[in-house]
Ligand binder design. Structure first.
Ligand SMILES: NC(=O)c1ccc[n+]([C@@H]2O[C@H](COP(=O)([O-])OP(=O)(O)OC[C@H]3O[C@@H](n4cnc5c(N)ncnc54)[C@H](O)[C@@H]3O)[C@@H](O)[C@H]2O)c1
Length: 325
């Protein structure tokens, strides 16, 4: 069988491609808006174009005899989605609808979708299960939740096995070349401050958590990729699957703890972290329950936080050669 990987030239997509390429025939569709062609391994064909281009999709699905799709392409910046909701709905929802329409028309029977813990909003629970109510706080989170509904409804109507994978806080890299280039998550944000010889910032230390800073579930991008391999196998053998699964480690780490590890790994001698006011809309704690993915896919995360930070730092230094060792 052949899998189409949309967004395969991006940060997460290139890790999924690297792992799935060992098992399956692949073709990547990416408009390279944030992706890079040189992230793809040799032998994996890249079609440059958008998931909004229906004619192109029909051609790719037919030319490559695609039987399954992993839809990772999307826009992911929460703050930008607040300023440009129409753009986010077009890219993330219209893009997905166009792709599903093409997939149903071409008789594709397996569909995996990149969702996000952003669908939960501000969950007031110790561990977030897939049954925790979804109340997204941003247009970005809304597009992911609407996307899950579209995927499930299409799967039921068109005999497609489906899985929506809710990633928690993704970090790390399999190699320096594949590292995240965006500065939207905690780890690269701290790297950026250190490089500028500025103090890392912690937003709020008066949350009801053990050290007062926010707690999140950080998961290595290699673990995210291996969960896709497991999910793809499951969908191939279970035509009626309709899965919604958290992907996390099931363990929280606080912002202060993460910053401490980053300072240690980078050997920073710059100014110590400063604590400011809370940011609006930041939940105190968001940690995944990972029981369902363990039961459904026999999968669990293998990498710890230090490995995530070390591998992300190797990627940062590759792209910022002036940074001292
Ligand atoms: N990085 C995270 O922490 C995180 C967490 C939860 C969910 N996600 C989701 O995972 C997916 C991938 O995120 P990422 O971190 O790899 O981001 P990324 O920006 O590195 O990757 C997105 C890829 O999709 C491509 N793309 C964007 N719009 C496209 C379009 N219309 N047609 C074709 N290709 C298009 C980009 O060029 C890029 O290669 C996104 O859907 C994101 O919402 C990411």
């Amino acid at each position: 069988m052949t899998w189409l990987i949309t967004g395969g030239a991006g940060y997460i997509g290139s890790h999924v491609v690297a792992q799935m390429a060992g098992e399956e025939r692949l073709v990547v569709l990416d408009d390279l808006s944030t992706g890079r062609a040189d992230r793809l391994p040799e032998g994996v064909p890249l079609v440059v174009g958008s998931v909004l281009d229906r004619e192109l999709l029909d051609r790719v699905l037919a030319d490559h005899a695609v039987t399954g799709i992993v839809h990772i392409a999307g826009k992911k910046q929460v703050a930008e989605s607040v300023e440009r909701p129409l753009y986010y709905y077009r890219e993330n929802v219209d893009g997905l609808r166009t792709l599903l329409e093409a997939a149903a028309g071409a008789g594709v029977r397996r569909f995996l979708f990149s969702s996000s813990a952003a669908v939960y909003g501000m969950p007031d629970v110790d561990l977030v299960t897939e049954d925790t109510p979804c109340l997204p706080l941003s247009p970005y989170g809304e597009t992911k939740l609407a996307g899950e509904w579209l995927v499930a409804a299409t799967g039921r109507a068109h005999s497609m096995a489906t899985a929506s994978l809710r990633y928690f806080n993704v970090a790390g890299a399999a190699s320096a070349e594949l590292a995240d280039e965006g500065v939207f998550n905690l780890v690269p944000m701290v790297f950026e401050r250190l490089e500028a010889d500025e103090a890392p910032r912690i937003f709020g230390d008066d949350y009801p958590t053990p050290d007062g800073t926010c707690v999140r579930d950080y998961v290595h991008v290699e673990d995210i990729a291996s969960a896709h391999v497991a999910a793809a196998r499951r969908l191939a053998g279970d035509p009626a699957a309709e899965l919604v699964l958290n992907i996390g480690r099931g363990e929280g780490a606080s912002v202060a703890e993460m910053v401490g590890i980053i300072l240690d790994v980078t050997g920073s001698t710059g100014p110590p972290p400063v604590t400011g006011a809370r940011r609006p809309g930041d939940p105190a704690r968001v940690v995944a329950s990972v029981d369902r993915i363990a039961a459904e896919l026999d999968w669990s995360a293998r990498h710890g936080i230090r490995t995530m930070v070390e591998s992300a730092w190797a990627g940062w230094r590759l792209r910022h050669p002036g940074v001292p060792a």
